[in-house]
Design a protein around this ligand. Structure first.
Ligand code: TXA
Ligand code: MG
Length: 343
């Protein structure tokens, strides 16, 4: 049944108070964070979690991240460790999610029956204030329909969630544009399950050693299970087939030039690719060295192709795997269904 979705601006204090009340009472509110928009529900109510899965069309074995207003709150919901404290000291609040053994309070509906829970303390002031006002932990997946790229603007959330949830808070565009880094702290070592705004290099610079889960950069075999259940699902893919070009800049630009103005093909290029400048089918994602801008534009670009049904194929250079590039690489790999063309 279609719901009447209320829309409030993030600077509307009464609106935020109402949003907090909706959350406390088991309703659904989409809200901005520094990474992507979240679809929030009261993490202490089994029923509220069920509604999240229904609104997104998400498989219920894919657990939700529990959002807190303060890292100290984590102790109420999971068994924290010295490692947790040290990471929190360096990086929280911020775009980092940590997986720990869960306590009873968190319902199985939130964790998909796992014995662990993912916790995150967003730095976005609207998200932080909303969670504080709600006075409960907020379970929130990304606010997109399951399978689509995450929402990085209010328009994306309205496109996917209008009529399905109780309220959307319009906080403009998200700062980072890719979902949080997920680290598993199970077994007292750090395994990165999903790269994001807090990079491997940033963690290592603070003295943390980090192993990379295989599912971040490789396609798993049918019988392999990723540590983060969500990593197994088709994700981020537009209707058109995304193909990643593995070659140096010169050969990628030349290859793309061969498809210039072909309406069935879209080209994602760097601003340095000047020979593509006048192409009607070229989307510039930023300068090659400016990974932050690329991260910021990526999901909007991937979504935009679905508004152009003529586009059958999308070509993009295979991203570099260092710094924020690793997160871009991981999302592009999934968007392409692991299709890489060697040049
Ligand atoms: O930036 C973000 O993390 C955003 C914003 C809204 O905070 N949230 C987000 O949630 O990306 P979602 O549900 O789209 O992605 C969460 C990922 C999924 O791949 C899920 O499988 C994994 O985290 N996850 C959650 N709890 C887990 C757990 N206990 N163990 C392993 N993976 C877990
Ligand atoms: Mg998601």
């Amino acid at each position: 049944m279609r719901k009447n979705t209320e829309i409030v601006r993030s600077d509307d204090e009464n609106g935020l108070q109402r949003a907090a009340e909706i959350l406390r009472n088991g309703g659904l509110v989409a809200f901005p964070t520094e990474t992507v928009y979240g679809l929030g529900a009261n993490a202490l109510m089994e029923d509220a979690a069920r509604k999240v899965y229904a609104a997104k069309g998400r498989p219920s074995d894919n657990p939700l991240i529990v959002h807190l207003s303060d890292a100290d709150e984590a102790k109420k919901y999971c068994y924290t460790s010295d490692l947790f404290d040290r990471l929190a000291e360096c990086f929280l609040p911020g775009p980092l999610t940590l997986i720990l053994p869960k306590r009873e309070l968190i319902s199985d509906g939130v964790t998909g029956g796992l014995a662990t829970v993912a916790v995150r303390v967003p730095s976005n002031p609207v998200a932080n204030r909303l969670i504080r006002l709600a006075g409960v932990p907020v379970a929130a997946p990304s606010a997109n329909l399951s399978g689509k790229p995450s929402c990085t603007t209010f328009a994306h959330v309205a496109e996917d969630m209008d009529g399905r949830i109780d309220m959307i808070i319009d906080g403009g565009s998200c700062q980072i544009g890719l979902e949080s880094t997920i680290l598993s702290l199970i077994g007292d070592r750090i395994v990165m399950l999903r790269p994001g705004g807090i990079t491997k290099e940033m963690l290592e610079a603070k003295g943390f050693s980090v192993a990379l889960d295989k599912a971040v950069t490789e396609k798993l075999a049918e019988n392999e299970r990723p540590l983060a259940p969500g990593m197994k699902y088709r994700h981020y893919a537009p209707e058109a087939q995304v193909i990643l070009l593995d070659g140096d800049d010169r050969s990628v630009e030349d290859f793309m030039h061969g498809y210039l103005n072909d309406p069935s093909v879209a080209l994602i290029g760097f601003e340095e690719y000047t020979t593509l400048a006048r192409g009607s089918n070229v989307c510039f994602i930023g300068r090659e060295s400016d990974q932050q801008t690329q991260a910021n534009r990526l999901f909007d670009l991937l979504r935009s192709f679905d508004h152009h049904p003529d586009v059958r194929r999308v070509y993009c250079k295979l991203p570099e795997r260092h710094d924020l590039g690793l997160a871009i690489y991981n999302r592009m790999l999934k968007a392409s269904g692991y299709r890489i063309q060697k040049l």
